[in-house]
Design a protein around this ligand. Structure first.
Ligand code: B12
Length: 256
């Protein structure tokens, strides 16, 4: 059954898949509205990896994740199509997909599913694509035997040394770049670190990212933009949800 599910996902462009028993994360679900979409009697989480780095070189002032079309839409479409196929194949079962806005603690679950190691920077680091991957999942009441493969990075400490706020979650530069209100100090930190949207500093410092491969997901490649310019069409970008004001504030804050 595992193989059939993996094949169906692969046919729909999702090539990196792992399985986690729902009971392994049930006690750590995140509180969000999507929680009520979890299938009753959920037994299995089918975790999916979506590589997103398009080019080796960094985009201008943007993090890699911010240079591709909004992953909620790209990964969501792929997961939705795969769910439809799974429902056709197993009509007696339920399949619900989630991506990011999810009650599933995605990094931890993907690590249990054996898709990579949980890094000290809180990110999943895969062998093939490093941490430049998005995560999404299909939760189902289908019964699959899952092994817990949880692993962590080597704790080399490079990410913490490189991070301007020493991995203090409350001050994370990615978080700051997405906040509506910033004080002068916060604006200065973003300016000093050339941050327009999102942050890859901890990821770039990670030795496990040294040979991270680029994506072959065509929606990411076709919609790639290596910079942001004032007044451009912001539809379907990772910064769209915050409105133009926030990205434009960050843009004006940069030393160009
Ligand atoms: C909230 C959130 C954020 C917040 C974190 C706020 C916070 N206080 O934790 C902010 C906005 C900062 C953020 C930033 C980023 N995020 Co985010 N985020 C999430 C989200 C929605 C929930 C995570 C969470 O709260 N888990 C619950 C807690 C209890 O779980 P935990 O295991 O104890 O710890 C988590 C966090 O505390 C965090 N964490 C642990 N240590 C550290 C250290 C630092 C410095 C930070 C910032 C976070 C952090 O990571 C853990 C795993 O999720 C997940 C999606 C999801 N549903 O899981 C995406 C998710 C973790 N984010 C993702 C991404 C891509 C990013 C960015 C890389 C984007 C970017 N380039 O800027 C950055 C990376 C910053 C970083 N080092 O983590 C991906 C990660 C993919 C991967 N390879 O692991 C996810 C899975 C979304 C997705 N579906 O793809 N994120």
């Amino acid at each position: 059954m595992k193989q059939t599910i993996t094949d169906i996902l692969c046919e729909n462009g999702i090539k990196n898949v792992g399985f986690c028993a729902f009971c392994d994360v049930e006690g750590n679900l995140l509180d969000c509205r999507a929680k009520n979409r979890l299938p009753q009697n959920a037994k299995t989480i089918i975790m999916c990896v979506f590589p997103y780095k398009v080019k080796e070189e960094a985009p201008k002032f943007l993090s890699h994740y911010a240079s591709v079309p909004d992953y909620h839409n790209v990964c969501g479409d792929m997961l939705n199509k795969a769910c439809e196929k799974l429902k056709e194949k197993y009509p007696q079962n339920h399949f619900e997909w989630f991506c990011d806005n999810s009650p599933i603690p995605e990094v931890h679950t993907a690590a249990i599913a054996g898709l990579g190691a949980k890094g000290d920077n809180g990110l999943l680091i895969t062998k093939e694509y490093g941490s430049f991957v998005f995560l999404g999942e299909i939760v189902s009441d289908i019964n699959i035997d899952c092994k817990n493969n949880y692993s962590e990075c080597s704790h080399c400490g490079n990410c913490k040394i490189a991070c301007p706020v020493a991995l203090d979650k409350t001050k994370c530069l990615s978080n700051l770049s997405q906040k509506k209100q910033l004080n002068d100090n916060e604006l200065q930190i973003l300016r000093e670190n050339n941050i327009l949207w999102g942050c890859d500093i901890c990821s770039n410092a990670c030795p496990m990212n040294n040979s991270a491969k680029c994506t072959d997901i065509k929606e990411f490649i076709v919609g790639y933009r290596d910079e942001y310019t004032l007044g451009e069409d912001t539809t379907n970008r990772p910064y769209t949800w915050r409105g133009e004001k926030v990205i434009n504030r960050n843009y004006k804050n940069l030393i160009k």
